[in-house]
Ligand binder design. Structure first.
Ligand SMILES: CC(C)(COP(=O)(O)OP(=O)(O)OC[C@H]1O[C@@H](n2cnc3c(N)ncnc32)[C@H](O)[C@@H]1OP(=O)(O)O)[C@@H](O)C(=O)NCCC(=O)NCCS
Length: 255
């Protein structure tokens, strides 16, 4: 199904056909993780057409969103992520059945056994990560000056991470904590515990990419977890965690 020819999709709810932007999915190699960042820019007409790509539960969530920009970001971001995921598993976006495990990690019902994914959103930034035969977690954060980097570090950092942050020049501290936080969240999403995991009980690579140092139950089963950072835009921090060693391919939709 990779690289299958693109066919314009006419939305049945619109009087004029609304075309889903071209979506070219490159092959996903076994040692590769694809990260898609998704633009939520869309006209009002496109936004309403994309509602049909959401699940009934997501449509209900969108309907409860009062602020028009928040609603638009959710509808367009989630719908486009669904279009991306659907191409990997050869299913139309609106038919994807996202179910949650007991710990809330989402799974795609009926997807092939090799398929794992994770998604995240922050303001107008939506992203998903897809991999083969490895568990995956992704996080994107838009940390602003309003976030207290020292408080985040004091509450969630491991002793090694706290010491490293303390020694940083103040001008580097906020970006360092944003990177640390997204890496930690990506890891707990890959493992599936979410924020219920003791975040101070494991350490992520402090500068650049690398492996998690984690005494969590999952890590005790001798899995290695690699973390890589990416920057979707200025002021936005992203990180992906996945089992084993792998390389990251960044993709955008629409291109
Ligand atoms: C999962 C969690 C880390 C997400 O953090 P976030 O920054 O708010 O949200 P993100 O946009 O990055 O990710 C949201 C997506 O994570 C996924 N997710 C939820 N729980 C997950 C889990 N346990 N493991 C992996 N992924 C999970 C869902 O797909 C969710 O998407 P949706 O709710 O929009 O459909 C966090 O909400 C969490 O840990 N929740 C469970 C524990 C909890 O409720 N703790 C109370 C707060 S401390």
């Amino acid at each position: 199904m990779h690289g299958a020819p693109y066919r314009p999709v006419a939305c049945p709810t619109m009087s004029s056909a609304v075309v889903i932007p071209p979506l070219d999915i490159p092959p996903l190699d076994p040692d590769e993780v694809h990260v898609w960042t998704v633009s939520t820019e869309a006209t009002a007409e496109e936004t309403e057409a994309l509602v049909a790509s959401l699940s009934p539960h997501e449509q209900h969530r969108a309907a409860r969103m009062r602020l028009p920009d928040v609603r638009r970001d959710f509808i367009v971001g989630r719908a486009r992520v669904r279009h991306v995921l659907g191409r990997y598993v050869d299913q139309p976006a609106h038919e994807l059945d996202v179910v949650t495990r007991v710990d809330d990690k989402p799974l795609l019902a009926g997807a092939p056994g090799w398929f794992d994914f994770s998604f995240t959103r922050c303001g107008g930034w939506h992203a998903c990560a897809v991999g083969r035969d490895r568990r995956i977690g992704i996080d994107v954060e838009c940390l602003t000056d309003a976030h207290d980097a020292s408080a985040i570090a004091a509450t969630y950092a491991s002793p090694a991470e706290s010491a490293w942050i303390r020694d940083l020049p103040p001008t580097r501290r906020r970006a360092a904590v944003a990177d640390l936080w997204t890496k930690k969240e990506a890891f707990v999403k890959a493992v599936g515990t979410g924020l219920l995991a003791p975040l101070h009980a494991f350490s992520v690579p402090l500068e650049g990419d690398g492996f998690v140092d984690a005494p969590l139950a999952e890590a005790r089963r001798r899995h290695q977890w690699m973390l890589r950072s990416f920057t979707p835009a200025r002021g936005v921090t992203g990180a992906v965690a996945a089992e084993g060693a792998w390389r990251l391919t960044l993709l955008r939709y629409p291109a």
